[in-house]
Design a protein. Structure first.
Length: 175
């Protein structure tokens, strides 16, 4: 979302807080904005609409992120893509990047294409484990790239705070 999307973001949260009977103050709204600002506005609104119809309590940022994660490819779906690709679809070019990484981690396309029928269940198990582990690591790595490295923390954090809408910046006391 962009800074100009904040009024709509606030309106959605005002409605949600009234519906769930849990008022949100400025600092809580800041927390939601900080954790959800990388979402496109329309995607955020669709997720909020879904949570409004399914949640029993005021959704936390983790509830929004769980929806985004659920929209991704499951390990079983990825295995189906890998099998199709290994069986001849490779001629069409590379497949989904997540599948490519999992296949590379388990030994490459040849390890699937050349597997005997008897060993295919073991190959599938290795693929599913690699896909799940790489998915978790990729998610963590993407989140960590936004963190400042040693020595540059204050400047990068201040720049991030500057992207907040005016009047909604979290002010920290000097220590």
């Amino acid at each position: 979302m962009q800074t100009e999307d904040f009024p709509r973001f606030r309106a959605v949260f005002d409605g949600m807080s009234k519906l769930f009977g849990k008022p949100i103050d400025g600092s809580m709204l800041d927390i939601y904005w900080l954790t959800l600002r990388d979402w496109p506005l329309d995607e955020f609104e669709r997720a909020a609409a879904h949570l409004l119809t399914t949640a029993h309590f005021m959704p936390k940022p983790a509830d929004f992120h769980a929806l985004r994660k659920a929209a991704g490819m499951s390990p079983s779906e990825a295995w189906a893509v890998a099998l199709t690709h290994a069986a001849g679809a490779y001629r069409a070019g590379p497949t989904v990047p997540e599948v490519e990484r999992a296949v590379a981690a388990m030994g490459g396309w040849r390890s699937i294409a050349m597997a005997s029928t008897d060993s295919l269940a073991f190959v599938e198990k290795r693929f599913l484990e690699a896909f799940k582990e790489l998915g978790e690591r990729t998610e963590s790595r993407e989140a960590l790239t936004a963190l400042p490295s040693r020595g540059e923390g204050r400047g990068r954090l201040e720049k991030a705070a500057d992207r907040l809408p005016v009047g909604l910046r979290i002010v920290h006391a000097e220590t």
